[in-house]
Design a protein around this ligand. Sequence first.
Ligand SMILES: [Zn+2]
Length: 489
Amino acid sequence: MKNQDLVNYLRECGVCLFCQLRYLKARGNEYQNRRQYLEKVNVEYKDETESSSDPAHKKKRQNVCPTCLDLFSKSFKDQLLQAILDTDIAKYECDGIVVAISIPIVLQLRQLSMWYALIDKFEKNFHQDRAPDVSLKEAIKLILNPTICENLKKKYDIDNGLRININLCHELENEEIARLEKLNNVAYPPKTGHKLEPISRSLIEKKYTPLRVSSELFKKTFSVPPSIPNESLKLDSISLVGPTAYVAGRYRKVSRKLSHTPWVLNGKRVMDDSIEEIIIRYIATYFCEDRTKINFMSSGREDVDVRCLGTGRPFVLEISNAFRTSLPPEQARQMEECIDASQKVSVRNLQVVSRDDLSHIKMGEEQKRKCYRALCQLDGFATADILEKLNLPKGFEIQQKTPIRVLHRRPLHTRPRAVYSLKASVYAQNKRLLILDVVTQAGTYIKELVHGEFGRTTPSVSSLIGQPVDIVALDVMEIDLDWPPAVTF
Ligand SMILES: [Zn+2]
């Protein structure tokens, strides 16, 4: 078979130039340099889309391509581009795009039909189980995607691009699916007691090749080669999904009446705000429309009545369908100022990070060290003896049963936990009050470490000095995670 013979046959069937190239297995930019490629493979160049003085040609170029249904035609590309521009694409500030085109089943059936036709015509040159063409999916990548990128002046970016979902339809879709259903019933009769497998793209891919379904059977239902239809493909719908933006920072919690995430009990809010909501409130609008889809993650959390001071706690917002994935320092500072004005939470080092950076937040939670400062009350005055007993720079190990207060959400276990150091000092204004500086392994319950919870934590500050100790207030002073990097304005 000469390439020219193949192309002559395809042209007889009304196949467009792009599809001819698909059957000649053109790659990469050979679809852009069509004339050159045809010359290379010894085929006479003829482009029906170009104007011709020959009336016979004029007539021919108007037919709808039976194999791609004009998917690659100039008019369809123009229509597609216009439809994309008519969406609210302008509100997305992204350099990259990803195109996801969903093609109707009728288009798949037409590839199949041409496959049977080519085997009939050039028996020895085509395989029964290997498709004769560059697949539509591949051809879309090579032909349509570069055109869309070029026109929108965007690069193709599979990781962070704005996703353009395009659904195509064709007037013959339902009719041809109904026919395929009938054929499928004969080609793959359902076993008794089994339901018919619904028609899908993957069913056709898996079960329909000339090797698996005889040409005879296929031809009873579908015309081979595929007939020239009256109508081209139509655009069914276009939707846009923005990339995911990751915004990181460190928060300080300066209120003792603030939950980490919305606190709802029996359908009622216990506290009317939370760290998560305050942070999202001032960051969301810049990045997205639907703030309910934002995911707030932090490196651990503190209790409602515990402050988090020092350099604060690292957090990340995962913002899906974002308009933009960058955050200018000026904008970041404005957001930080708004959050600070809540007087409950303060945020620093706001910045956009990459998805890979999320590992910092998720990794090694148990290995981290946490520094706390606890204000504790004794029954009597603090003595030198007490201070000495609580001066343990080398630390000690404790056995800690799951506190009763968290048993409703954590299983009951006894866990060994490291207290890396302990130091006590007397509160100047009140000698009954102790200031305890504690460094512990992450996951240690500090309140229980102080009062011992009826022996459920041993040893405890209380057992070390042999008298009851009450915890009055607790602050997280430092979190052992140097991330995200500091931002300087
Ligand atoms: Zn075509």
